[in-house]
Design a protein around this ligand. Structure first.
Ligand SMILES: Cc1cc2nc3c(=O)[nH]c(=O)nc-3n(C[C@H](O)[C@H](O)[C@H](O)COP(=O)(O)OP(=O)(O)OC[C@H]3O[C@@H](n4cnc5c(N)ncnc54)[C@H](O)[C@@H]3O)c2cc1C
Length: 472
């Protein structure tokens, strides 16, 4: 990473920009550059332009375009790579653009790019609605949607992009365009999974669905020595599960929860995280067989409001920690894969200020069956499960240990994984990975064409980059 710039390269930044501007040394600069991954704070951007509206986004992009200056884009600031705030960069900061509206008749939800998932849930639930999205309430709608968007509702309603109706976007040379099935359909195809490669999205329109207010969710915690046998039973169990059941599985060390016996604290555990959004009266029929997959040390499943269910993981996602993230799709949860996951979990470096969690997300249902692989850029072909290894720690001196463990873990799982994947739940895995992560070579060719048409100079390169054709 580059270091915090001492000189300011943007003295000619347009005076008619109406939002706040933060340069190194300014009051508020450190707060403005804080993002989820604390490692981003090791270096600082040259200028953060916090936009108040679309016109501000146009102003920054015209300035960047005229000077041939690459721009980084900050939505909710949650991406694990910290590329929303790269060292030395000019940043389009959208965190001030937070307008959100819900039409209860059409169930169409419109969100500006600074909106966070917790705000989206709170606003939609006032009308008994949800937009299917992610599981931690401080995550941004913008980056999550542009990458695909998965969560507790994906088996019932699909990925977030499967529920996206339109985007409004400012092009890198400062034009405003709309993208939907009729207007700029090829751009709309690319925006549904191709990430922040094509322009700066200033509004998203979603189709919401009825859910809640109550759902049945929580955690069923099993001792680590039962992990292999429970994981082996999961594929058979989920094959018959209703779409209303979302299931996330975590392999981790038990946190010191009061609900857990003291002797379990800090010991390896397998945690099932079911979220059942069908009729709460029928939940037992669905949840009890899950609990019966082993002998749990705690069963914390209960009837709760959806907003509580969809923020229960906030407690294990503290803002500002140092982190690495590796992940991908699995075609099956075979005994070989289970062995690798458990071996790598056991080999994770342990430290009092650190945590390591393997998440295994169960796909199937709407996300796997209802949308054609080629209908949007986001890929899910062949994926039955998504694995991700998340490590979080505080002290910079541990960076190398965790980076090495993460790379070795990726190498160990890769032979069992698919070439396609979900770009948002992993750090970048290199050029070959980027060529395959969206699925077929044809999809990559299409994405490259869209990139070349909308950002030929690759001004939007602080991302999982799709390189324009001419840039080689
Ligand atoms: C703790 C944690 C939990 C998570 N849980 C989930 C989950 O449950 N489900 C899931 O699907 N993902 C999840 N994610 C991953 C998440 O989807 C990505 O990190 C996503 O990028 C977050 O979006 P953001 O706007 O907060 O991020 P940012 O870091 O602000 O943006 C990420 C990138 O998106 C691009 N971008 C952002 N906004 C725009 C815009 N308006 N126009 C153009 N480009 C833009 C930029 O390239 C930027 O670098 C999680 C991540 C973390 C750290």
């Amino acid at each position: 990473m580059s270091t915090t710039p001492t000189s300011n390269p943007h003295l000619d930044f347009p005076a008619d920009f109406r939002g706040a501007v933060f340069r190194p040394g300014d009051d508020g600069y450190d707060e403005a550059r804080a993002v989820y991954n604390g490692r981003a704070a090791d270096s600082g951007p040259a200028l953060i332009a916090r936009c108040t509206d679309e016109e501000d986004v146009v102003t920054v992009l015209r300035y960047a375009s005229a000077g041939d200056i690459p721009v980084a884009v900050r939505g909710g600031g949650h991406m694990s790579d910290g590329l929303a705030m790269p060292g030395g960069a000019l940043v389009v900061d959208l965190s001030g653009m937070r307008a959100l509206s819900v039409d209860p008749e059409t169930r169409v939800v419109r969100a500006q790019p600074g909106v966070l998932l917790g705000e989206l849930d709170a606003a939609t639930q006032q009308h008994g609605l949800v937009v299917p999205a992610g599981t931690v309430s401080t995550t941004g709608v913008a980056g999550l949607t542009l990458g695909g968007g998965i969560g507790h509702l994906m088996r019932r309603f699909g990925a977030t992009v499967d529920n996206l109706l339109a985007c409004e976007m400012v092009t890198v040379d400062g034009r405003r365009v709309r993208a939907d099935e009729k207007e700029n359909p090829e751009l709309f195809w690319a925006l549904r999974g191709g990430g922040g490669n094509f322009g700066v999205v200033t509004a998203f329109e979603f189709q919401a669905h009825r859910v809640g207010p109550d759902v049945v969710s929580g955690q069923i915690i099993f001792p680590g020595d039962q992990a292999a046998s429970i994981l082996a039973k999961i594929p058979g169990h989920m094959a018959d599960a209703p779409r209303e059941l979302g299931l996330l599985i975590a392999i981790t060390d038990a946190p010191p929860l009061p609900a857990l016996p003291k002797e379990a604290h800090g010991r390896p555990v397998l945690v099932l995280v079911p979220v059942y959004t069908g009729d709460p009266e029928t939940a037992d029929k669905v949840i009890e067989p899950l609990a019966a997959l082993g002998h749990s040390v705690a069963n914390l499943v209960a009837r709760t409001p959806w907003v509580q269910a969809n923020s229960m993981l906030d407690a294990i996602a503290p803002y500002g920690v140092r982190m690495t993230l590796r992940g991908g799709y699995l075609p099956a949860l075979t005994d070989d894969v289970i062995d690798v996951l458990l071996e790598r979990a056991a080999a994770a470096p342990r430290h009092p200020d650190a945590s390591t969690t393997f998440n295994v997300w169960c796909l199937g249902g709407a996300i796997s069956e209802d949308v054609d692989e080629d209908a949007v850029a986001f890929s899910r072909e062949g994926a039955a499960f998504l694995w991700e290894a998340v490590t979080m720690w505080q002290a910079p001196e541990h960076d190398a240990r965790y980076d090495e463990w993460a790379e070795a873990t990726l190498a160990a799982v890769r032979p069992h994984a698919l070439a396609n994947g979900y770009t948002n739940l992993t750090d970048d895995q290199g050029e070959e990975w980027r060529r395959g992560v969206h699925g077929s070579p044809e999809k990559f060719r299409r994405l490259t064409e869209v990139k070349t048409a909308w950002d030929p100079r690759n001004l939007l390169r602080h991302n999982k980059n799709i390189t324009p054709a001419d840039a080689g």
